[in-house]
Design a protein around this ligand. Structure first.
Ligand code: FE2
Length: 154
């Protein structure tokens, strides 16, 4: 005779491994490919967010306050992209990032752990990071972000 717990967990393992019952006209391969591609974008967005915060936290100099606030605002905008991207991946039936380690293994944007970066380096490196993140399209980073958001919210 099965216990109450055994009855409640019966078939749980099979249900956990089953594909999501997400309505989509994509086949399994397309879902897998889109999720993998979008997880790369998501990892890059997280990496770019932390990179921007790194510059925000370590900013110094005569225009400290303006640049410090500008980078914080930019970081907020970058972070705001993460949830729509992740939920879009789930919406097509894919699985998304689960940890900092997963981000680290998936990101293409390079980290910058330097103790000091020349002022021009901040803008250039952040810009390069954005370009790397969105290089799979011919759009500008702003156009790409807007397109991703449009798709994520439809
Ligand atoms: Fe801050």
């Amino acid at each position: 005779m099965k216990t109450s717990l055994e009855k409640r967990t019966q078939g749980l393992d099979e249900r956990r491994k089953a594909p999501l019952l997400t309505p989509t006209d994509l086949n399994n391969a397309a879902t897998r490919d889109i999720a993998a591609s979008m997880n790369g974008v998501l990892a890059d967005v997280f990496a770019l967010y932390l990179k921007t915060k790194n510059f925000h936290w370590h900013m110094s100099g005569p225009h400290f306050r303006d640049y410090h606030l500008m980078l914080d605002e930019q970081a907020d905008q970058i972070f705001a992209l993460t949830d729509p991207i992740a939920e879009r991946i789930r919406k097509v039936g894919g699985s998304t990032l689960k940890s900092i380690g997963h981000i680290s293994r998936t990101q293409r944007v390079l980290d910058n752990d330097a103790e000091y970066v020349e002022p021009a380096g901040h803008a250039c490196r952040a810009q390069r990071g954005q370009q790397d993140t969105f290089k799979h399209t011919a759009d500008s980073p702003e156009e790409s972000r807007a397109r991703i958001l449009r798709r994520a919210t439809t």
